[in-house]
Design a binder for this molecule. Structure first.
Ligand code: FAD
Length: 397
């Protein structure tokens, strides 16, 4: 291969470029990213960056030296609008064509929005650096009442950051117990309880029917509250919608790749075309009889390693074996999960106390095998138990 084009300039794209070079690719490496910023990391956007304790310089994924070392041709502020059906040409929105031998699809996802909220001042989603800058500005304007729609990891992190800023925060979630589908009821309860302890009002089992708005200073509309399914309204000056993402696949229309809630790949991240791989939040990879997307930072890097190897080999070989590692930071505590527990697995506390907000738990399946390790507030013990309880699967086989 002489040229490889990576489309998407975030963690999956950068990790792919690094993996390709590590695997010995010495040809032309182009990275196309539609954001104008240099590639940056998203996890701090709901945490330290939103709180204002780090700035843009601190969240970069590559600096000038890395870029030079990778011999990376960065095309920032450039949108890929089409991939030709043989995967040999990436066409940009301005009409530029990049002739290529291999393609890495790393276009991630965009924040899902609540219908009817477009253009309403004070309503935010949080996916990009620009989103975080706009939200930070609104949070610092007086002492706004904050309502967060969605009590998943990002919603909970934003709630925690807003509480640390001294703001009044309400979290609305449709589930009776947020996070339970991912963490199971017992561990989800221990996480969700942090809200009350830190003064956030959580309203589980709540449906949102719309927004209450008032005229804004410039003649538009500004949010004044969130209307609920029971006919009541929660007053709000700032609303953050954290209800998941939609994979960015529109540019692949007509490419011949199978797109179905993400780009379909085999277990080695290879798409229908052997010279096109997909990685990160956009990739929906085969897992046994099913297929799934991982929307987590660590798996983007793990997938990149496998995808790079298979792209250079010209077909499947390496298989993605996810570690299942996910972390979140809420109310000054690190939450960490590794492995692949099912929400129905039995949970055993193996260290610390749930009531102290500092513990390690393991998940056990029906046969008594450890399927996952979770920790709150104790990264060292997490590392210890993870090593002893879970065998880290090889990245490639
Ligand atoms: C606020 C926030 C906090 C998070 N915190 C954590 C955490 O604590 N732990 C954790 O495990 N995960 C966390 N995540 C998730 C993690 O950041 C994502 O899993 C990761 O960013 C996925 O990387 P990606 O490169 O696959 O996709 P993305 O990060 O979505 O990047 C894709 C890039 O491709 C660009 N793009 C899209 N279409 C095109 C196109 N046609 N042409 C050119 N460029 C295009 C996009 O603009 C974007 O820059 C967090 C995410 C957010 C938003």
């Amino acid at each position: 291969m002489k040229t490889i084009t990576v489309v998407g300039g975030s963690v999956a794209g950068i990790r792919s470029a690094e993996a390709l070079r590590r695997a010995g690719f010495g040809g032309r490496l182009v990275l196309v990213g539609d954001e104008a910023h240099r590639p940056y990391d998203r996890p701090p956007l709901s945490k330290a960056f939103l709180a204002g304790s780090v700035d843009e310089d601190a969240i970069g994924l590559v600096d000038d030296d890395d870029e030079a070392e990778l011999a990376l041709e960065l095309r920032l502020g450039a949108t890929a609008s089409r991939l030709d059906p043989a995967g040999r040409r990436v066409v940009l929105a301005d009409g530029t064509e990049i002739a290529t031998d291999g393609v890495v699809v790393a276009t991630g996802g965009r924040a899902r929005r609540l219908p009817g909220t477009e253009g309403v001042e004070g309503v935010h989603t949080l996916r990009t650096l620009d989103d975080a800058v706009a939200l930070r500005r609104d949070l610092r304007d007086g002492s706004p009442r904050v309502v967060i729609v969605g009590g998943g990891f990002i919603g909970a992190e934003v709630a925690s950051t807003c509480r640390a800023m001294g703001l009044t925060v309400t979290v609305l979630d449709g589930l009776p117990l947020p996070l339970a589908p991912v963490l199971g009821p017992r561990i989800a309860r221990s996480c969700v309880d942090l809200h009350a302890v830190h003064g956030t009002e959580l309203r589980p089992g709540t449906s949102v029917s719309g927004l209450a708005t008032v005229p804004s200073r410039d003649g538009g509309r500004r949010v004044a509250g969130v209307e609920l399914g029971d006919g009541t309204t929660v007053a709000a000056d700032v609303v953050i919608v954290g209800i998941g993402i939609v994979p960015n696949t529109g540019w692949l229309d007509g490419s011949g790749l199978t797109v179905d809630n993400g780009v379909r790949t085999d277990a080695g991240m290879v798409t229908d075309l052997p010279n096109v791989v997909a990685v990160g939040d956009v990739a929906r990879w085969s897992r046994g009889a099913g297929a799934r997307r991982h929307e987590h930072w660590t798996s983007a890097g793990e997938q990149a390693e496998v995808a790079a190897a298979n792209l250079l080999a010209g077909g499947p070989g390496a298989t993605f074996r996810p570690s299942g590692y996910v972390w979140s930071e809420q109310y000054g505590r690190m939450l960490q999960l590794a492995g692949h527990p099912s929400a129905h697995d039995r949970v055993e506390i193996v260290d610390g106390e749930v009531g102290d907000g500092r513990f390690v738990a393991r998940y056990l399946d029906g046969e008594g095998t450890t399927t996952g390790v979770f920790a709150m507030g104790d990264p060292r013990a997490f590392g210890r138990f993870r090593r002893s309880e879970l065998r880290r699967p090889a990245a490639a086989a």
